[in-house]
Design a protein around this ligand. Structure first.
Ligand SMILES: C[S@@+](CC[C@H](N)C(=O)[O-])C[C@H]1O[C@@H](n2cnc3c(N)ncnc32)[C@H](O)[C@@H]1O
Length: 304
């Protein structure tokens, strides 16, 4: 296996067809132990050439111009160093919406769409002025997805990192949501007053010692503040959960992302805080992914 860019292969001759470039890049990425080399090569080629996937497939022998070739070579070299495709192209699709990424934002995960589904399931009437809160908003993907689905809702996004908030603000503006979203730098909810109908929160929950063992795409590119959950992964929950009851409106729900093995300890923290962890939800891979907690009426935890 070649490492990073130690051996530079500049690829096909300028003017070669897209299929030739694609085959070269897939081999380069496979050689660097990238998980899905052909898929990533196609995404990067489409980005460098300014073409969508359908056009790439329909015109395999179309030549790649000099500027496209230069951009593609650079993108392939970056991916060989295990920079994620989303960071190279600078954006990630979440809930079928475009979110730009920066060094301070977590790359949103498809699994976190489970929180959006769980939140929408609690909503009886979409056309109401729901009050939403996203604690640890990062790119603003959870809040943005919910505001898109709830056209009269208003949302607050909180993050400790001002650079993440700048990105979240830009993303909200790009989605046409600037008039319904405000973003503020805060240590969880310290200093936040008000009641919300829906609180979503995807806190950092990776145990500190486990971070070094994560894939390079995660450990080297996602910000530590977005990953590091302290010694047992639960540090952020311990700090933020006690503040939730004072933020929930009557009948409100808090939807909290967890790792699969954290349901019990986080449910216990919610109960200690006086909330009822009413349901859990699994992601597409069947792993427990979030807890839905209610402000009132404790019930037994029911798995879906
Ligand atoms: C796992 S990321 C989630 C980002 C985004 N909500 C998503 O789902 O992609 C956790 C976020 O919490 C933020 N964060 C970490 N500690 C915080 C704190 N004490 N107060 C507020 N936000 C914090 C991080 O900056 C990061 O953006």
């Amino acid at each position: 296996m070649k490492q990073g860019v130690d051996t530079i292969d500049f690829g096909p001759e300028p003017g070669s067809g897209l299929d030739t470039w694609l085959a070269w890049a897939a081999a380069e990425l496979g050689d660097a132990a990238v998980d899905q080399p052909r898929r990533d090569a196609r995404l990067l080629l489409g980005h460098a050439a300014g073409l969508d996937t359908t056009t790439l497939v329909a015109h395999p022998t179309r030549p790649l111009g000099a500027a496209g070739a230069a951009a593609f070579r650079t993108a392939v070299a970056r991916r060989r160093c295990r920079e994620p495709v989303s960071r190279i192209i600078g954006r990630r699709e979440f809930w079928s919406l475009d979110f730009k990424l920066g060094p301070a934002t977590l790359d949103p995960r498809p699994d976190s769409e489970t929180l959006v589904e769980a939140a929408l399931e609690t909503i009886t009437e979409r056309h109401r002025a729901w009050r939403l809160l996203d604690l640890g908003c990062g790119s603003g993907c959870l809040l943005g997805a919910l505001l898109k689905e709830l056209p009269l809702a208003f949302g607050v996004g909180i993050d400790l990192d001002p650079a993440a908030l700048t990105q979240a603000r830009d993303n909200a503006a790009g989605l046409g949501l600037a008039g319904r979203a405000v973003f503020a730098a805060m240590d969880w909810s310290a200093g936040l007053a008000g009641r919300f109908d829906l609180i979503v929160c995807n806190p950092p929950y990776v145990p500190s010692a486990a971070i070094a063992g994560l894939e390079p795409e995660v450990r080297s590119w996602d910000p530590g503040l977005a990953l590091d959950g302290g010694a047992d992964g639960l540090a952020a929950y311990r700090r933020l959960v006690p503040g939730l009851p004072d933020l929930l409106a009557g009948g409100g729900r808090a939807i909290i992302e967890i790792a699969a093995d954290q349901a019990r300890p986080v449910a216990a923290l919610l109960r200690q805080a006086g909330l009822a962890p009413a349901t859990t939800r699994r992601d597409l891979a069947g792993r427990l992914r979030c807890l839905v907690a209610e402000a009132f009426a404790p019930e037994l935890v029911k798995e879906k």
